[in-house]
Design a protein around this ligand. Structure first.
Ligand code: ZN
Length: 274
C-alpha cells in the first residue's frame, strides 16, 4: 500500500485504486488526529469511549484531506447493502446524509459523485470496490459475521443488479483486519461460515495450540473476505490486500479484540470526485 501524510493524518492507499481516475479513497491510520490517550490519535468512533468532540474533529480531518463530505449508513453486522442516491437531483446533501444515517446496512453502493462513503473499523475488514465502466463504488464492512454471510460477493451482486457491474471489471481492495495470528474464535463462528457455500469454501481458519497448549481455532478475516471476492469473479490482478493485522499493528490501527481498553475505530473512505 502507498503511505500518504496529510494534514493531521497518515493514511494508506491501495495501489490499484490509487490509479483510478477521479476516485478518492483512504485507509486512515490512527496516527495524527486529535484524540487523547488511550484513543490517540485519529479515532473516528463517537460511541466507544472517546470524547465525541475529538472523534468528530477527526472525521473532519478525513473529510478535508480527501475533499469529500462523509456519509455513513448504520452498521448492523449483517450482509445487507443500501444504495446511496439523492431522492431528487436537487436533494440537499444534509437530507441525504440524514436519511442514510437511518438506513441499516453493512455495504453502501453508489454512483453519486462528491460523497465519501465512510465507516470506522477496528478489526473488521473494509472492502472497497470500484467499477470504472459504470462509475460505481462500494464500501462494505466485512467482520466475521459479514464474512460468514459472504458480504463481499453479495455486494458484488448488488452492484451488478443495480448498475450492471461485472465482477471481472471491478477494482478491489480489502483493508486491514484481524488475522489468524491474533484472532481466536469459537466453534460458533466456524459453524456460521458453513451456512453459505461462498463463505464456507473460502474461509481461512487454522487450528493451532493456544497459550495453554489446547488446540484452538483462529480466523483470518482479511483472507476470508479476499478469497470470497476472487471466487465471485474479481480478477486477482484487480485486487489489493492490506498486509496488516489490526491486532499486531498497534501503532497504526485500533483493535477491538486486542486492545479493548482503547477501543477506537480507524476511518476508511471511498468516493467519486465531483
Ligand atoms: Zn496479528
Amino acid at each position: 500500500m502507498i503511505k500518504r501524510t496529510g494534514n493531521h493524518c497518515v493514511y494508506l492507499l491501495f495501489e490499484r485504486l490509487s490509479q483510478a481516475h477521479g476516485l478518492r479513497h483512504g485507509v486512515f491510520t490512527r496516527q495524527g488526529g486529535h484524540s487523547s490517550p488511550p484513543f490517540d490519535g485519529l479515532n473516528v468512533a463517537t460511541t466507544t469511549g472517546d470524547d465525541p468532540a475529538s472523534a468528530r474533529r477527526n472525521q473532519q480531518v478525513i473529510a478535508s484531506e480527501l475533499g469529500l463530505p462523509l456519509i455513513s449508513a448504520r452498521i448492523a453486522h449483517g450482509c445487507d447493502s443500501c444504495v446511496i442516491e439523492r431522492a431528487t437531483p436537487d436533494e440537499p446533501l444534509e437530507e441525504l446524509r440524514a436519511r442514510t444515517r437511518q438506513t441499516v446496512a453493512d455495504a453502501m453502493i453508489t454512483t453519486e459523485t462528491g460523497l465519501g462513503l465512510f465507516w470506522g473499523f477496528g478489526d473488521c475488514a473494509p472492502i472497497l470496490l470500484y467499477d470504472p465502466h459504470h462509475r460505481a463504488i462500494a464500501l462494505a464492512h466485512g467482520g466475521w459475521r459479514g464474512a460468514a454471510g459472504a458480504i463481499g460477493p453479495r455486494t458484488v451482486d448488488a452492484m451488478r443488479e443495480r448498475f450492471g457491474s461485472r465482477p471481472e471489471e471491478l477494482i478491489a481492495g480489502v483493508g486491514p483486519a484481524i488475522q489468524s495470528c491474533c484472532y481466536q474464535v469459537s466453534d460458533a463462528v466456524y459453524d456460521a461460515f458453513q451456512r453459505d457455500p461462498r463463505a464456507r469454501d473460502n474461509a481461512s481458519f487454522i487450528q493451532r495450540a493456544d497459550e495453554n497448549g489446547a488446540s484452538s481455532l483462529y480466523l483470518d478475516v482479511t483472507e476470508s473476505n479476499a478469497r470470497q471476492l476472487l471466487a465471485a469473479g474479481v480478477r486477482p490482478d484487480h485486487l489489493d490486500i492490506a498486509p496488516h493485522c489490526t491486532g499486531c499493528a498497534a501503532d497504526l490501527f485500533y483493535s477491538h479484540r486486542k486492545r479493548p481498553h482503547a477501543d477506537g475505530r480507524f476511518g476508511v473512505v471511498i468516493g467519486l470526485a465531483g
